[in-house]
Design a protein around this ligand. Structure first.
Ligand SMILES: [Ca+2]
Length: 156
């Protein structure tokens, strides 16, 4: 046996230590990752989960605090119009489906089906093209809107 090479006994101790180190590291990394992923939805994860289960919106734009809140921070003090109606109706999603919480002319259920925020009047099926629409027509729509706005501004 060469003096520098580890004996079989030393190797068998070394390998479990490395494995333990890897296990601890990966546990730390996954805990950190999980915390980062979960923290934005900490306010009412129960309602978010129920919303996603009811409307099959998990992973969509509506799978967000912004569906019921005015910021990602969540919390009762910054609910949007939809979140406020939801609260007033004993947290019953079905009870507020027919309302137009944000007053943009689209009922909450129509907005949810279109994956637009029911609590943001600037986000509705008219302002957002359907998900299947190509980006070129989005540009056209935006340009058209800008043009319409510019025509409304009085020229000096
Ligand atoms: Ca609406």
């Amino acid at each position: 046996m060469h003096p520098g090479s580890p004996t079989p006994a030393a190797r068998s101790i070394f390998v479990p230590r490395v494995l333990a180190g890897v296990a601890v590291l990966s546990a730390l990394i996954s805990t950190a990752g999980f915390t980062l992923l979960v923290s934005p939805a900490q306010s009412t994860p129960e309602y978010m989960g129920k919303f996603n289960a009811k409307y099959n919106t998990r992973g969509s734009k509506l799978d967000s605090c912004m569906t019921c809140h005015t910021s990602q921070a969540g919390g009762a003090e910054n609910v949007n119009a939809y979140g406020a109606d939801f609260g007033k109706n004993n947290h019953d999603f079905g009870a507020v489906e027919g309302l137009d919480s944000d007053g943009d002319g689209f009922s909450n259920i129509d907005e949810i089906k279109a994956e637009t925020f029911p609590g943001d009047k600037n986000d509705n099926p008219n302002t957002r093209p359907a998900p299947t629409t190509t980006s070129s027509s989005t540009t056209t729509t935006t340009a058209g809107l800008l043009d319409a706005i510019l025509r409304l501004v009085p020229k000096e």
